[in-house]
Design a binder for this molecule. Structure first.
Ligand code: SF4
Length: 379
């Protein structure tokens, strides 16, 4: 018989079971512990007091590095340090209706390299482990419980392209919806992608009630490729057909995200092109005001009246359209900059340590990742 490890992590099911057997514990103990932590988001102190047998179980895989609360609205940005020493962010959005949404990250950096995004400009990419994705939910849930709030929705719209980390993101959604873990409805979870057709289809088949969103940002192929380099991998026709196929599997509206960029994608012609591209897909269009980033001084936000008239054109054609108000504008810039600079430095140090010691921490240059995706696609 193999000895149980001295310390195990909450989401390591086999190791947890081995620990339970080793300590001859009632199987109900860990079930109750998971209920209290993952469904009720009780604090670590409460859990440790209630379950002294949990000694040796690591409840978290992320270290809360910094918390930034917006002074103008109900947004809180949480910067977490991963085991590899890099920073990721999660954002709690407290919406006026009383609902609370958590935006989680799925990667450190991102290979999609979108021109308008601070994460895409980091120049590195590394997948988060399933437990690192889930711990963002646990720690945010605990913060909200301390405020007597409930976490309503979870959106994969933070750092990273979720479908470049498909295995871990899928496993995270499995556990978020599993009755013996978080027991959430898939309809409270949304995955947003810049467009990985095969992965989108797999997710829709596996979770027919999951919400999916496409960050479209332009219905013109050339413009889209300019602002989303990964747009070269999937044509607009292919993306349209993919959503069409998803809608034969899922009985729900598909979200289209459209970032409003001045003189790039915000003209009347652009609006009409978008209407044509959508055709008879059942979608909800979210128009997103842009927050400028230092790394892309050539991109600017569309003025408010331009966004409003763009929305009016879509609405007049019968499309459900919402202009999203971005929350946390005051913490956005500071945080994006901090993470970008810190992570670039930390990745460089990790690479140096890697070449000195032969160890592999696994940070990839974005170009390597994009090339890798390309060769996978061509198989
Ligand atoms: S896919 Fe998302 S995280 Fe990645 S570069 Fe584009 S916008 Fe940024």
């Amino acid at each position: 018989m193999t000895a149980a490890p001295e310390s195990v992590r909450l989401f390591q099911t086999h190791e947890m079971e081995s620990l339970r057997r080793d300590r001859r514990l009632d199987p109900q103990v860990f079930r109750k512990l998971r209920n209290d932590l993952l469904k009720k988001f009780e604090s670590d102190e409460a859990v440790s007091m209630k379950y002294p047998v949990a000694e040796g179980i690591e409840l978290h895989s992320l270290n809360l590095y910094q918390r930034m609360d917006s002074e103008i609205d109900g947004a809180t940005k949480l910067l977490f340090e991963t085991e590899s020493g890099m920073l990721i962010e999660s954002v709690i959005l407290r919406i006026a209706t009383g609902r609370t949404t958590l935006c989680v990250s799925s990667q450190i950096g991102c290979a999609a390299a979108c021109d308008f995004c601070a994460t895409g400009k980091m120049g590195i990419a590394k997948n988060l482990a399933t437990e690192e994705i889930l711990d963002q939910v646990v720690q945010a849930g605990q913060i909200l419980r301390g405020e007597d709030r409930r976490l309503s929705n979870i959106v994969f719209m933070g750092m990273g392209e979720p479908l470049h980390n498909e295995v871990n993101v899928t496993e995270a959604i499995e556990l978020l919806t599993a009755p013996d873990h978080f027991a959430r409805s898939p309809s409270t979870v949304l995955v947003s992608t810049v467009g990985v057709p095969a992965g989108m289809l797999r997710l829709a088949k596996r979770f027919p009630n999951l919400n999916l969103a496409l960050s479209l940002h332009s219905a013109d192929q050339t413009t889209r490729e300019k602002i989303i380099p990964l747009g070269k991998k999937a044509s607009l026709t292919q993306l349209h057909d993919t959503i069409d196929e998803i809608q034969s599997i899922q009985d729900r509206e598909f979200m289209i995200e459209y970032l409003m960029l001045r003189d790039v994608n915000d003209s009347t012609e652009d609006a009409n092109r978008l209407i044509d591209w959508i055709g008879d897909l059942r979608v909800h269009v979210n128009l997103i005001p842009y927050n400028t980033i230092e790394a892309s001084p050539h991109l600017h936000a569309s003025p408010r009246p331009v966004i409003e008239s763009f929305a009016d054109i879509l609405k007049a054609s019968g499309l459900k359209t919402t202009v999203r108000y971005s929350l946390g504008n005051d913490i956005e810039a500071a945080c994006g900059q901090l993470i970008r600079q810190e992570n670039r430095q930390r990745a460089m140090q990790a690479r140096r340590a890697e070449s000195d010691s032969d160890s592999h921490v696994g940070f990839l240059d974005v170009r390597q990742v994009v090339d890798g995706l390309e060769s996978q696609k061509n198989k």
